[in-house]
Design a protein around this ligand. Structure first.
Ligand code: GUN
Ligand code: ZN
Length: 642
């Protein structure tokens, strides 16, 4: 059972329940070579806090002493590891050394017999140099073997490995078929050569095409990925599990992992590491250690780099800032920068899972930041959903101080009196003054010295926007001060934000008849929208977006047919949700596919009656596939509305 606790991008902090305990994801499983324990499993558990490890059942099976011990005492006792043990099946050995002389059934049965928690099918490793035909054929075999493994797995969990070399369509198709099988975890396999060859750009396509086909309710394991440098990016793309043999392999070659790469001890100029393994050591004292101790020290250092980075990745997910961390990490190597740039080309897919707002400001880290989904969402919404009050625009330029209407109230008043709509050219592109407090416009920090990419992109978005929305554009500074047109900036803002957030049709339903606004006396900001005497919306100060009230929800439901903005629940859940309890996945019968995480949502019963309003915790396809977890954070039920 897998449950999402927090999310950011495609990243999730999850709870994965197994018979040997619960694993919080993202997690990395250190690889244990049962023949050489560089760091013992017990130390991994007690000292480093690893709750899961991975070892190789093929090696155990082919080593008579190990085999006998594992079958007698069980894997957990043999390794002295009280947590979760995953085993691999010999596929990696076939990649390294050619054919292995075991069958799939034999390997699955063996893994069961030694008490593995999560076993692996004997999948076929699809090499990046393979032809498409060869790859497609081998996937058929992997799928057949996976089906067989599911039949005989008993109470062992099983890894259903997504293969497909570098062919996105084969990856997606394989993933879709794996998703339909009774497997428990989805490793993405066949990627080790891509990582060894620094082909991170292709790795992005491989991961995302696999993710497109997979069922979101199972953890995704990136097989063979364990370098701290890539954890942030891979987590952002929705990988939940990782494994690392490198921490020990590199240690034996005297290579130290750092967040910006791997360094050979002999090439290092200094040892400036404060991890518990290195503390108190100098480069000289480390070099002089006897070999055993040196290997153990470097292995421990490597593990601390991994645990440190993983903790940081989790913190950034919790803070909703994983894009920022991934962008920083991808500067460590040009091949990683390629991966980040490629990820920007998958903006449309990433946008479906990207939260509508977040706490705190978003930081711009460089031109690649434009590849984040928020940029695409903003530029699409102002084209699709914005309706100007007048057909003349007066342009101003972002001078760093935000929100813009607080920075230059006199200028905006002057052009409005002359019948113009103030539009600010910002790094997001054009911002009509009435949208200047909406996330992410006001809640973002850009450097004062703009880069050429941002200037050009912003200009081209502005030109397109002005062409489709206005008949005339002038420079805001050229507009004279003698205009006398009446205008009401608060009402213009109230409607514009609603259209931006809920669309044009819903806004017509919400803003009907007489409109009264409650304005905060302290901040001057809109607090509540009252339409024909009904409180329909409240505006949040933090992200400048609305929360939807019961009356507002009723109007949308009357005006626009389901499933627009709705999550419908079963009868069983109605009494609880009406009282303000959250909606859990298993009670949802239908859900609007256009709703994004954190978006306002209307909870209805089966006859489309409003029973509550709240915010989306997951998106439609996730809700459909999860058996557990919160789907909607309910703000207030219809039953307890004052
Ligand atoms: N270890 C690294 N890559 C793979 C893979 O593709 N399949 C299996 N079973 N193990 C791996
Ligand atoms: Zn160290």
């Amino acid at each position: 059972m897998f449950e999402i606790i927090r999310r950011d991008g495609l990243a999730r902090i999850g709870r994965f329940e197994t018979r040997s305990g619960v694993l919080e994801t993202p997690a990395l499983l250190p690889v244990i070579n049962p023949k050489i324990c560089t760091v013992t499993p017990r130390e991994l558990y007690d000292e480093f806090g690893f709750r899961a490890i991975i070892t190789n059942s093929y090696i155990i099976k082919n080593t008579p002493e190990l085999r006998a011990k594992a079958q007698e005492a069980g894997l957990h006792d043999m390794l002295d590891f009280p947590g979760i043990i995953m085993t691999d099946s010999g596929t990696f050995q076939s990649h390294m050394y050619g054919e292995v002389e075991v069958t799939n059934e034999e390997m699955v049965e063996f893994q069961k017999s030694i008490g593995t928690d999560i076993g692996t099918v004997l999948d076929i490793f699809t090499e990046p140099y393979w032809t498409k035909e060869q790859t497609a054929e081998s996937i058929v075999t992997t799928l057949r073997r996976t089906g067989k493994a599911c039949d005989i797995k008993g109470d062992m969990m099983i890894n259903g490995v997504v293969q497909g070399s570098i062919y996105p369509d084969l990856r997606e198709d394989c993933a879709r078929k794996m998703a339909d099988m009774d497997v428990d975890v989805h490793p993405i396999g066949g990627v080790v050569p891509l990582m060894e060859q620094y082909r991170y750009l292709e790795l992005v396509d491989v991961i995302l095409s696999s993710k497109k086909g997979l069922n979101p309710n199972r953890p995704v394991h990136l097989f063979g990925a364990g370098h701290p440098m890539m954890l942030a990016l891979a987590t952002l793309m929705g990988c939940d599990l990782f494994d690392s043999a490198s921490y020990a392999k590199f240690a034996r070659d005297e290579r130290m992992m750092f967040i910006d790469g791997t360094y050979r001890l002999q090439d290092m100029q200094s040892l400036d590491c404060n991890c518990p393994a290195c503390r108190g050591l100098t480069l000289e004292s480390l070099k002089k250690m006897d070999n055993r101790k040196k290997t153990a020290t470097i292995a421990r250092h490597n593990l601390y780099q991994i645990t440190g980075e993983l903790a940081l990745v989790k913190r950034y997910v919790r803070e909703g800032r994983l894009w920022e961390l991934a962008e920083m990490r991808c500067r460590a190597h040009p091949a990683m920068l390629d991966a980040l740039r490629r990820l920007g080309e998958h903006q449309e897919f990433m946008e479906r899972y990207d939260p509508i707002s977040r706490d705190g400001a978003m930081f711009y880290t460089g031109a690649e930041t434009r590849g984040r989904p928020v940029f695409k969402r903003y530029s699409e919404r102002i084209v699709d959903r914005y309706i100007p009050e007048t057909d003349k625009a007066a342009l101003f330029y972002d001078e760093g101080s935000k929100p813009y209407s607080k920075a230059r109230p006199a200028d905006f008043d002057r052009v409005r009196r002359a019948g113009y709509t103030p539009v600010i050219v910002s790094p997001f592109g054009p911002v009509p003054a009435e949208l200047d407090e909406v996330y992410p416009v006001a809640q973002s920090v850009f450097p004062k010295m703009e880069d050429t990419d941002t200037i050009l992109e912003s200009e081209s978005l502005t030109v397109r926007f002005l062409e489709c929305k206005f008949a005339e554009t002038v420079n805001g500074n050229d507009v004279s001060d003698d205009g006398t047109e009446e205008h009401d900036p608060d009402t213009i803002r109230a409607k514009a934000v609603s259209r931006y957030q809920f669309g044009i049709q819903a806004t017509e339903a919400l803003f009907r008849g007489r409109i009264d606004l409650v304005i905060s006396r302290k901040t001057g900001k809109i607090r509540n929208v009252i339409s024909d005497g009904e409180h329909v919306l409240s505006m949040r100060a933090g992200d400048g977006l609305y929360t939807l009230k019961k009356e507002g929800a009723d109007r949308i439901v009357s005006a626009i047919p389901a499933p627009f903005m709705r999550v419908a629940v079963m009868d069983d859940a109605v009494p609880f949700v009406s009282e303000g309890r959250n909606v859990f996945c298993q009670f949802v019968t239908e859900c609007d596919k256009d709703l994004r995480p954190m978006e306002e949502v209307i909870v209805t019963d089966k006859s489309d009656k409003v029973i509550a309003t709240g915010r989306m915790a997951l998106v439609a396809d996730e809700i459909k596939s999860f058996k557990k977890g919160v789907a909607v954070k309910v703000r207030s039920g219809a039953g307890d509305e004052a």
